[in-house]
Design a binder for this molecule. Structure first.
Ligand code: ZN
Length: 241
C-alpha cells in the first residue's frame, strides 16, 4: 500500500484489499438459488467497488511525503482518491463457528416483517435489513430472488452507505423505494465505503493493514439482530444456535 501527495491537498491511496462476505442460509426449506444469487452478488460488488472512490473535505493528519509518515500534531484538509483493487469473495458457511471476529455476514431468512415509512409517508416492506458500519446484513430469500441486487444493497449498508429516497435518483443502487431504473454507485459512495474499510489512513504507512484490527463481534451482533422482534425475521431457529 502506498500514498501519493500531489502537493495541493490531494492524497491518492493505492492498495489491494480482499473482502470476504460470508453467507449463512437460515431458511426453513433451503434456498435452491442461493449459489447463483451469491455469484451475482460477488460480481456486482466487485464491479461497483472498481474504479476508485473520492472524498473531499477530509480532515486528517498532515502527510509528509518525504518521510512517508503523518504528523499527528497537525491537521490538514484533504481530498482523497481511493485507488484500491478490491478482490471480493462471497462464500457460503454452514456453521456458526465459521463466523469469526468482525467477519462480514449476510444471513438469508424466510421473510422479514419489518416495514418502513419513506419521507413521502408511504409504507414499504423490507426485503433486507442491515446494521450500518460493519454490522450484519439480512435478506429475505424470496425478495432476494425477485430483486437480485438486494444482497449488494444490504452489504453496502454494512460498508457504511445510507439509503436514498430522492425520486430523481432512482438509478442508484442505494435507492430503496423499490422502483429502481438502474443500480449505480457514485464516486462519493465508493469513497465512503473505501474510507470505512480503511478507517485509519495512517495504518497504511505500516505496510500491511487488516480490517480485522477492529473490535466487532459479528456473531454477537447477528444474534441480537435476529432476536430483535422489531425486525420481524422468520427463519429456522434450529440453524442458529
Ligand atoms: Zn437499504
Amino acid at each position: 500500500m502506498h500514498i501519493s501527495d500531489n502537493g495541493s491537498g490531494e492524497l491518492t491511496l493505492y492498495g489491494d484489499f480482499t473482502i470476504t462476505l460470508k453467507v449463512l442460509d437460515l431458511t426453513t426449506n433451503g434456498a435452491p438459488n442461493l449459489n447463483s444469487l451469491m455469484t451475482f452478488t460477488q460480481q456486482v460488488i466487485t464491479s461497483k467497488l472498481r474504479g476508485g472512490g473520492y472524498k473531499s473535505g477530509v480532515i486528517y493528519f498532515e502527510y509528509n511525503s518525504s518521510t512517508k509518515s503523518f504528523n499527528f500534531r497537525k491537521n490538514h484538509t484533504y481530498s482523497i482518491r481511493y485507488n484500491f483493487n478490491c478482490g471480493v469473495n462471497v462464500i457460503q458457511i454452514n456453521m456458526l463457528s465459521q463466523l469469526k471476529g468482525n467477519d462480514f455476514v449476510l444471513a438469508v431468512v424466510d421473510s422479514i416483517g419489518h416495514q418502513f415509512t419513506d419521507q413521502y409517508g408511504k409504507k414499504h416492506n423490507s426485503g433486507g435489513l442491515a446494521q450500518r458500519d460493519g454490522g450484519p446484513a439480512v435478506v429475505s430469500y424470496n425478495e432476494w430472488r425477485k430483486n437480485k441486487y438486494i444482497g449488494v444493497h444490504e452489504f453496502f449498508h454494512t460498508l457504511g452507505l445510507g439509503d436514498i429516497e430522492d425520486l430523481s435518483k432512482k438509478d442508484r443502487l442505494m435507492y430503496h423505494l423499490g422502483d429502481n431504473t438502474s443500480y449505480n454507485i457514485s464516486d462519493n459512495e465508493r469513497g465512503d465505503m473505501m474510507s470505512f474499510l480503511m478507517r485509519n489512513i495512517s495504518d497504511m504507512t505500516k505496510g500491511t493493514y487488516s480490517y480485522t484490527n477492529l473490535n466487532f463481534n459479528t456473531l454477537d451482533l447477528l444474534r441480537r439482530f435476529l432476536k430483535d422482534t422489531t425486525n420481524g425475521f422468520k427463519y429456522n431457529k434450529a440453524k442458529f444456535r
